[in-house]
Design a protein around this ligand. Sequence first.
Ligand SMILES: Nc1ncnc2c1ncn2[C@@H]1O[C@H](COP(=O)(O)OP(=O)(O)OP(=O)(O)O)[C@@H](O)[C@H]1O
Length: 713
Amino acid sequence: MSQETGPADVRQDQDVDTTHAVPVPDPASTPEQEIAIEQHFVDRVYARVDVLRGEAEGNRDSGYAHLAATVPGARYERDVFVYQAARRIADLDSQHEGLVFGRLDFDDGKVRHVGRLGVRDEEYRTLLVDWRAPAAAPFYRATAVDRQEVARRRVIRSFGRTVEEISDDLLNEDAAGRLPVIGDGALMAALGRKRTGRMRDIVATIQAEQDAAIRAPGRGATIITGGPGTGKTVVALHRAAYLLYQDRSRYEAAGILVVGPSAVFMKYIGRVLPSLGEETAALYSLGELYAGVEATRQDRPEVAAVKGGTVMLPILRRLVRQTPPGAPSELRIVYRGDVFKLDAAELAAARARVFEKEPRPNLAKTEAGRALLVALWRKIKPVIEDAEPAKFSRDVGSRGEFLTFLDHWWPDLDPADVLGWGGDLRRLASAAEGHLKKEAIEGVAASLSEPDFSIPDVALLDELRILLGVKPQPRGRDRIRSWEGIQEVSTVQDRYYDRPERQARDAFYEDYAHVIVDEAQDLSPMQWRMLGRRGRGAGWTIVGDEAQSSWPRPRESADARRRAVPSGRLHEFHLTKNYRNSKEVFEYAAEWAKPRLRNIDLPEAVRETGVRVAEKTVAADALLPEVAGSVVQALAAVEGTVGIIAPYDRHEELGDIVHDGRVTLVGPLESKGLEWDAVIAVDLEAVAQSHGAGVAYVVLTRATQRLTRIDIA
Ligand SMILES: Nc1ncnc2c1ncn2[C@@H]1O[C@H](COP(=O)(O)OP(=O)(O)OP(=O)(O)O)[C@@H](O)[C@H]1O
């Protein structure tokens, strides 16, 4: 299928009529009657979608392309089906979230329904407007002050194909006698729902300030800031879906990269885009952006602070130039009856000459062979006066023993091996001389000698890939699927949740059209460099909250960010309402954080629960029973998830109490971006001491309903 016949054909714009007729409303109608009215409409949409699905299934077998080219109108059918229905309906069905979720009643009596995708009726008139279309904007933007001719906004909540609930918002008071108003606020209902451990889309309740950020232009850099729980993550994901809708051919062909802090976080957000009917973005955590590595280990904060800094650049450059372990220290050859040798110092000098010509060792093998021959020639020439350089080079340069020596002396280097050299204290000390203090060298060497890579190591590996000149691996076919027909639909879910499939492109792919960075305040300069490489020509969406930062040198990071993100137009948005925490939880967190964090950006929490934060202090040996008891209480008090956030050195001790599927135990850094209905925050002062007050503030702002803080006496 060609991109040209893509979604632009099925976009609904303001210049076409996107409203449709409905029975005249009865202001005295009951909730049940109103639900029945919406159910009737929802049934009609699904019936239409089923027809399209059936037709497409038939068409697939009888030569789709041919049909599309010859039958008038068939192109439209094909587009609707292949680009929208086939890709999305299976997802939407299995999400149990309604295809139709919104309705606008205008002052003139016309009605527009808004849904997860656009659907037209038999006569190609709009039945349902895609939420991303301009015609859907009033659903999110209209307010009592700026009504945009909207009299009533209705949120329709369904389970699968069944309408369950309606919630109305009357914007035009004068319409009260004409329109029924049902329900009490879709937003509050959504915020109060139990959490399942997977982030949900917010398509039915996007707020106006969020909508503006979602619909910002794709090019240039969009910066979204806001305190905890203001919806930065969820907005960034809706933005990805919006960009795909806006310019599908561009964003699908070149790709959108979404980067978040940890694998746990990527799993948490992994369902949002499919539930919006999109699954072609590549979702990577910072520990996964080097192909073949899935780092989840955190370094100790002081080690991470060194590894993430640009101080690593000169150190890596020196490391790359070191003699590889196991390289021979002497070259001997026999030429015309005489023995000639290059000793360790001469070999080192030859190595240095190679680097003068080509700094990337993996691209310098020919140069390395040449340097050895030149060094040998300098010895041979005075001894064998009639020797000819060209003949000498040919003879010696093609000998098996010479080539074998070259292979050992100048092996192809793998970034993982070279980074591993840093685990050798002597080697690292030599590379880091003049750049790092002794304790820092020892800490980094100890961490690099671990058997697995840590998250900060991934940016170092990526830097080494460039410094070494690693040849690009044959990339194979991009894992973007071609969506030629209906077969694709049956396994969308299976494949999506199969981890590698959320990574629609390989980790080294560098030509993204858009890069979305979440929790950007935590990116180290080395991580910015790694991301910058992947989005040289991209638009960027950068989302974060400085107060929640765990990176100790924000200026250095800001500088690296400026270099990574191409200069261009800047679009800035600031979100002001906290939708996650109850007022009680957030006020507690804010009071704790205010004296400890500068320039803190405090949003307003919109929801009250009446449940105050519980504080307990226990002796160290009583920690386990206290946490266990709090977990039991929390499980009884909330319907959804319970999170224990504890310093890493407590995990072994506390691991035993995690039996219930609703309970998770995470470290402070993994809690970033996540949320639970109830949170048990263990030893907050220790968290603040080792990771900084910003991370402790993160811990305090993860609970939607209940927070228990357990300190150690
Ligand atoms: N308009 C909305 N309608 C319903 N729920 C919303 C809305 N906006 C945000 N939420 C919910 O609020 C919670 C917080 O959102 P999100 O995680 O995106 O915030 P954040 O700003 O990234 O938070 P943090 O910086 O603390 O990690 C989520 O459960 C999200 O679904």
